[in-house]
Design a protein around this ligand. Structure first.
Ligand code: GLU
Length: 289
């Protein structure tokens, strides 16, 4: 078993991160496997080296150890770019210049029973979509976001049995076991997601899928807030010929008011508990481990 903890160095780690990291670590140790750490810093406008240093400090303080060297996503940009280039040439991506405001304005009045929002926000209404044969011969644009053409995927992979993944934890609605879905579900609930952001050349979805495969991750342990995004990841694994790991989504740690902790919740930062004299065991107990 190989698990990983994949934080973004954009703020202090809090109790929710501690829970996720300890769970992934302990699962791997119990199976005599390996625990890896990956720094997800593709958003160079938000990532800071001092947060990365603090991540190492906090995790060591929690008593966790990981295999080295640590993969840092900002060092992998050429690999991501090679994949987006290939997907573009194969006609699976189309350029999009829409702003958030354009998308909000173009989305028609929501139809009953059809979701308006997916895991990446408002479902894209397809404004910039062009037929794949009209774009494959064009150079890969570097001044636009690139969106996944789910319509083309649906025409090519007409699989009546659909796609599936194994969930050993649970999604936000208690989803567990074998989770089945179709590309038609995905087109309706998620839409044509951005696989390469204009300012980045990649996206969370693409990088996470490529790196989980590159690092041989067998069990992805992460918060239930990422459960819906997993279906996008399974589609990408299919498209890129990569294995689908087992997924283990866990409950979210909430504050006293029941709100899920966010990076800005400095009050729950691990460094703060540490400065106040807490121990790693105290943290384990606080998150219910
Ligand atoms: N980097 C993501 C985060 O900080 C987690 C990615 C994942 O576990 O798939 O929330």
């Amino acid at each position: 078993m190989i698990t990983r903890f994949a934080p973004s160095p954009t703020g202090p780690l809090h109790l929710g991160h501690a829970y996720s990291a300890i769970l992934a670590h302990d699962m791997a140790m119990a199976a005599k496997g390996k625990f890896l750490l990956r720094i997800e810093d593709i958003d160079l406008s938000r990532a800071r080296p001092e947060w990365e240093t603090q991540i190492y400090d906090d995790l060591r303080w929690l008593g966790l150890r990981w295999a080295t060297p640590v993969m840092r996503q900002s060092d992998q940009m050429d690999r991501y770019r090679a994949t987006t280039d290939q997907l573009f040439r194969d006609g699976f991506l189309y350029p999009c210049q829409c702003t958030r405001a354009d998308i909000a304005a173009a989305a028609a009045a929501p139809q009953e029973g059809v979701p308006a929002f997916g895991p990446d926000g408002r479902i894209y209404p397809g404004t910039c979509h062009t037929p794949s044969d009209a774009r494959a011969a064009l150079p890969v644009p570097n001044d636009a976001a690139l969106r996944l053409d789910l319509g083309r995927l649906r025409r090519l992979f007409d699989d009546p049995k659909g796609l599936w993944l194994t969930e050993t934890g649970s999604g936000p609605k208690g989803e567990t076991g074998t989770i089945r879905f179709t590309l038609a579900n995905l087109a309706c609930e998620v839409g044509d997601v951005v696989l390469a952001r204009r300012d980045m050349g990649t996206s969370y979805h693409l990088s996470v899928v490529l790196d989980d495969a590159a690092q041989g991750i067998t069990h992805v342990v992460r918060g239930a807030d990422l459960y819906e995004a997993t279906k996008i990841h399974v589609v990408l694994q299919h498209l890129l010929g990569l294995p689908t790991p087992i997924y283990h989504h866990h409950r979210l740690i909430r504050d006293d008011a029941g709100k899920r902790l966010a990076k800005r919740d400095d009050a729950r930062a691990l460094s703060k508990y540490r400065a106040e004299g807490a121990t790693a065991d105290n943290i384990r107990r606080m998150v219910g481990l």
